[in-house]
Design a protein around this ligand. Structure first.
Ligand SMILES: Cc1cc2nc3c(=O)[nH]c(=O)nc-3n(C[C@H](O)[C@H](O)[C@H](O)COP(=O)(O)O)c2cc1C
Length: 322
């Protein structure tokens, strides 16, 4: 996820039970690879689990070249983005706009598969819009072109993130092809994970927003799927260790200035999650208090201030001062 699944977050998700965490998308256009943003996205560290690098673009040769460069620099899987709904991406015929161009999808997939010796996976939506929901057609192209597994977000591009994800199309896609299918969209709990797996028959599930501020969701789902029992929510002490370590990693990975900025959004999600959903904590800490804390935290400009403020926050929390 662009802006979210950077190396520190992927590492954390894998430590907490994710089987695979895919990189933020990297443009296939080599002209932008020299920017700070792309350089950070193209660091492939083994600590963040299996190194799957997502590439986005529309030119088969360019995507093939990007795949090769990333494979040569350590990627173990190349993932192709055909799901992004952003206008600035779609107007270049990249991301989900490709779903309107099955012939080009075939050229891209075949070129990328041919360019590398590692598995190539594909991420799609169910189609461009309700009237042209061609996920099955794209899935068949993917299968016969050598794609190793297909992740499907149960919305069309025109849905953006609105409404609820639907799983009937994912089920139909799973039934139509024999490569592994990964179901994605609105999975935010162990129960929902089981329900989606059962409904679609998918081989795996993919979690996006449900992991924001709650990276332990992966181990909770694993536990539920393997034992049928709900795992206890992490203790406050454990959440404290996770959040502080995550923030310190961000400071280190991005440097002080950018690290502080990126930490703000993750801390905001953690705090919102504590106030809203995390079992037990919401009784001690409400949304208004969460909002007040976030306003203070977002005004802090140095790594040391962020860490000290978080330590005070967790001390106050632990001592019942919230
Ligand atoms: C901020 C944001 C950035 C995203 N970036 C990407 C991306 O770079 N590549 C991709 O395949 N999907 C991306 N997605 C889509 C997610 O991977 C996922 O398909 C979608 O959010 C639905 O799953 P969820 O309900 O579990 O979040 C992004 C989603 C969000 C909200």
């Amino acid at each position: 996820m662009a802006g979210i699944t950077d190396q520190p977050f992927r590492q954390l998700c894998c430590q907490l039970g994710a089987g695979l965490a895919v990189s933020e998308m990297v443009s296939s256009n080599p002209k932008v690879w020299n920017t700070e943003k792309s350089k950070l996205r193209m660091i492939h560290d083994p600590a963040a689990g299996i190194r799957s690098v997502q590439i986005a673009g529309s030119c088969p040769d360019e995507l093939a070249f990007a795949a090769k460069i990333n494979a040569d620099s350590g990627a173990q899987i190349i993932d192709i983005n055909m799901g992004c709904p952003a206008k600035k991406v779609n107007k270049k015929l990249a991301g989900s706009a490709l779903l309107k161009e099955p012939a080009l999808v075939e050229q891209i997939v075949q070129a990328v598969v041919k360019a590398v010796d590692i598995p190539v996976t594909l991420k799609i939506r169910t189609g461009w819009c309700e009237d042209t929901r061609n996920g099955i057609e794209i899935a068949k192209i993917a299968e016969h072109s050598g794609i190793a597994s297909l992740a499907v977000h149960g919305r069309t591009r025109n849905d953006f993130y609105k409404g609820n994800a639907e799983y009937d199309t994912i089920k139909a896609i799973k039934a139509a092809i024999s490569i592994p299918v990964v179901a994605n969209g609105d999975i935010t709990s162990p129960e929902k994970a089981l329900q989606v797996l059962k409904h679609t028959g998918a081989d795996a599930i993919m979690i996006g927003r449900g992991a924001q501020g709650r990276p332990w969701i992966f181990r909770e789902i694993n536990h539920f799927l393997t034992t049928g029992n709900k795992m206890l929510a992490p203790t406050l002490a454990e959440v404290r260790v996770i959040v502080l370590a995550h923030v310190m990693e961000l400071h280190q990975f991005y440097g002080d200035f950018k690290g502080v900025m990126i930490a703000r959004k993750h801390v905001s999600w953690y705090v919102q999650n504590l106030a809203e959903t995390s079992d037990g904590f919401s009784a001690m800490f409400n949304l208004e208090q969460g909002k007040a804390f976030r306003a203070i935290f977002n005004g802090l400009a140095s790594p040391d201030e962020q860490l000290a403020t978080l330590n005070n926050f967790f001390d106050d929390f632990a001592n019942g001062r919230y």
